[in-house]
Design a protein around this ligand. Structure first.
Ligand code: MG
Length: 390
């Protein structure tokens, strides 16, 4: 097994989330267009030091999660958080894992910096966990017959707020779980390791990691995703020739000539694909679908567009808007505009109102004016979660 396979992440997503209301457990609620669980899963999966990422879910949610995250490793948890973690640790031991980061799915905004700090803390300790100082004054409640009143102030010196992921050497945390009294409730895994005399290092936590407990917390988490807007352009030209079909904007248009090229030569979809790839700096259409590769001969260009959209979705991105200009003397684009918009919106899985399609001529000037070819320009605007690892 590679060095990578020896450090695993264990995400606990088996809770019912009753404080959120709304029926769906909170870890599956929508956050920025993805189920909440998907964010921390993606952060672990994209981290170079982390190998397996195992998610523990309630047995009756297993199908749901396998549909939401088809490539994820999910197993059924137990009746309590502690049982779910213990089940997961057993699976990871069988997989040959040596270290594990245990994380709550209700903390979606997990950065690679936090993962790095926990792994560094684990180098010289049995466990490591992110903590934050307590900034607010702490006080006890005093229950009196006429209501709840202010009681004693609690000194906050030396008090920290505990977050996840908590990192452990796998065997230490398995031993701690095995030794824990069956009837006692454990607040977290670090306390269990500490009870056996293990040293748990404290590393700097992250305000981004705030736990989502109440419905209002979701709006705050959406802001913490720090959406960043990206705009990029694409341009393409294909030659008009006799004996070719004319595909434009994913629609077959009756015309006495068609565009020639290695694929179906849909110049509009090519320009748009390049614009989308540009928003994530992922090269151009030729990088992903080399014309030298025979498998793309005659290929439908819709698949190129869908590939670019998938790369954006894989980064947690959203396509906000695309705008296309087709440049030619003939055919007339207007009669086909609605069909092209419909097709492009369908391929990108966005609303039709997010697709703009325009056409112009070059006043009979240049190669487009002479009818030798068709050109297309595109601009795409997407939003990416700037505060999050891909
Ligand atoms: Mg092209």
């Amino acid at each position: 097994m590679s060095e990578n396979g020896k450090i695993a992440a264990l995400i606990v997503a088996a809770g019912g989330g009753s404080r959120m209301g709304g029926g769906i457990p909170k870890q599956f609620r929508d956050l920025g267009g993805r189920p909440m669980l998907a964010w921390s899963h993606a952060a672990f999966a994209a981290h170079p030091a982390i190998g397996p990422v195992l998610t523990m879910v309630a047995a009756d949610q297993l199908e749901t999660v396998r549909n939401l995250l088809p490539s994820a490793w999910c197993e059924a948890g137990g009746a309590s958080r502690r049982e779910s973690v213990a089940n997961g640790l057993r699976q990871l031991a069988l997989a040959g894992v040596e270290k594990v980061l245990i994380h709550d799915a209700a903390r979606p905004c997990l950065s690679h910096d936090v993962i790095d700090r926990v792994l560094a803390g684990l180098e010289a300790a049995d466990g490591a966990m992110p903590v934050l100082p307590v900034a607010d004054t702490l006080a006890r409640e005093s229950l009196r017959p006429d209501g709840v009143h202010l009681g004693e102030t609690v000194p906050r010196n030396g008090v920290v707020r505990v977050q996840t992921p908590q990192g452990f050497h796998l065997q230490s945390v398995i031993a701690a779980h095995a030794a824990w009294p069956a009837d006692a409730e454990a607040t977290d895994d670090a306390q269990m390791v500490r009870r056996l005399g293990g040293r748990v290092a404290l590393v700097q936590g992250d305000a981004m990691l705030e736990k989502i407990t109440y419905p209002d917390d979701l709006a705050g988490a959406d802001m913490r995703l720090a959406w960043e807007t990206r705009t990029a352009m694409g341009f393409d030209v294909h030659r008009l020739e006799d004996g070719e079909e004319l595909w434009l904007g994913g629609v077959l248009i009756p015309h006495h000539q068609g565009l020639s090229g290695h694929s179906d030569a849909d110049v509009a979809l090519h320009a748009l694909t390049d614009a989308l790839l540009g928003t994530i700096a992922a090269g151009d259409i030729g990088t992903h679908f080399p014309p030298s590769d025979p498998q793309w001969k005659g290929a439908e260009s819709g698949q190129f567009l869908q590939h670019a959209a998938k790369l954006i979705a894989d980064k947690g991105g959203r396509i906000d808007f695309v705008d296309l200009t087709i440049i030619c003397e003939a055919p007339k684009i207007g009669p086909h505009r609605a069909a092209m918009v419909e097709r492009i919106a369908g391929l990108l899985n966005i609303e039709r109102s997010r697709v703009s399609l325009k056409a112009t001529t070059t006043e009979r000037l240049g190669f487009t004016g002479r009818g030798e070819g068709i050109a297309a320009q595109a601009i795409a605007t997407v939003r990416l979660p700037g505060g999050m690892p891909a």
